[in-house]
Design a protein around this ligand. Structure first.
Ligand code: E4P
Length: 227
C-alpha cells in the first residue's frame, strides 16, 4: 500500500518526509484554505520538496466539466508530470475525467461514498478512486467495508484503477486497509506519526540495548568505535 500525506503544511510534510518512505501528498480546497496562502505558491513549495517523481494530487474547484478540464490542465502545467487532477465523482466530474483521461492526464476520482460511484470513476478512466473512510463511518455505514468492496470490484472486473483511501480518523482504519492490500492511503501527519506508538515501551527497549552495550564497551561506544 502506498502512503501519502493528506496535508499542505510544508513543515509537517518536511518532517514526515525526513523519516518515513512516503509516496506523495494529497490536498483538497479545504486543506489549501487552511494554509491561508496562495494555492500555487504552497503547491510549488510542496512539489519542490517532493521532487518531480512523487505524486502530488490537486483538486479542481469548478462545477462544470469544461471548466474542470481547463483547471486540471492548468494544475498539471504548473506542477509537473506526476500531478494527479482530483475531480469530485459527480456527473460533471465523471464527464471531465473521461475527457482528461483520453488526453493522457492522471486522474484521482474523489469524494467517493459508495462502491458504484467508484465503479463509474473506474469506467471513466480514473487512475485512483478515493473513498472517504471516516466520513462514510460518520453516515452510519462502514467505511472500511465500502473500501474493501471497491477493491474487490476493481479486482474482479480487471480495472486498472487503484484505491486511494482517504479521510482517516485513526490508525486502526489505516491498518485494516493495509491488511487488505488496497493500493494507497492518504493520511494526516499526526496519524502517520501515531503508527509508531507505545513510544514508552519502544524507548525503554532501545535504552536497555544501549545500556548493555555500554557496560560491555564503555560509555558512548557504538559499533563504530568498539574495536
Ligand atoms: C482526500 O484527499 C480527501 O480530500 C481528504 O482525505 C478528506 O479528509 P477529511 O474527511 O478528513 O476532510
Amino acid at each position: 500500500m502506498k502512503l501519502l500525506i493528506d496535508d499542505a503544511d510544508i513543515e509537517k510534510i518536511r518532517k514526515i518526509y525526513e523519516f518515513y518512505a512516503i509516496d506523495g501528498v494529497t490536498t483538497n480546497p479545504s486543506i489549501l484554505a487552511k494554509s491561508g496562502r496562495k494555492p500555487y505558491e504552497v503547491l510549488r513549495e510542496i512539489r519542490d520538496l517532493l521532487g518531480e517523481d512523487a505524486e502530488l494530487h490537486v483538486q479542481v474547484v469548478s462545477s462544470k466539466a469544461d471548466d474542470m478540464v481547463k483547471e486540471g490542465k492548468k494544475i498539471v502545467e504548473k506542477l509537473g508530470k506526476n500531478t494527479y487532477v482530483k475531480i469530485p465523482t459527480v456527473p460533471e466530474g465523471l464527464k471531465a475525467m473521461r475527457i482528461l483521461h483520453n488526453e493522457g492526464y492522471k486522474i484521482t476520482a474523489t469524494a467517493i461514498y459508495t462502491p458504484l460511484q467508484a465503479y463509474l470513476a473506474a469506467k471513466a478512466g480514473a487512475n485512483y478512486a478515493a473513498p472517504y473512510v471516516n466520513r462514510i463511518d460518520n453516515l452510519g455505514t462502514n467505511g472500511i467495508e465500502v473500501t474493501r468492496k471497491i477493491h474487490d470490484i476493481f479486482e474482479n472486473n480487471g480495472f486498472k484503477t487503484e484505491i486511494l483511501a482517504a479521510s482517516f480518523k485513526n490508525s486502526l482504519q489505516v491498518l485494516e486497509l493495509c491488511e487488505y492490500g488496497v493500493g494507497a492511503a492518504t493520511v494526516a501527519p499526526d496519524i502517520i506519526e501515531g503508527f509508531i506508538n507505545n513510544t514508552t515501551n519502544v524507548q525503554a527497549a532501545v535504552q536497555d540495548f544501549t545500556d548493555d552495550f555500554e557496560k560491555l564497551c564503555g560509555e558512548g561506544k557504538t559499533m563504530l568505535n568498539c574495536d
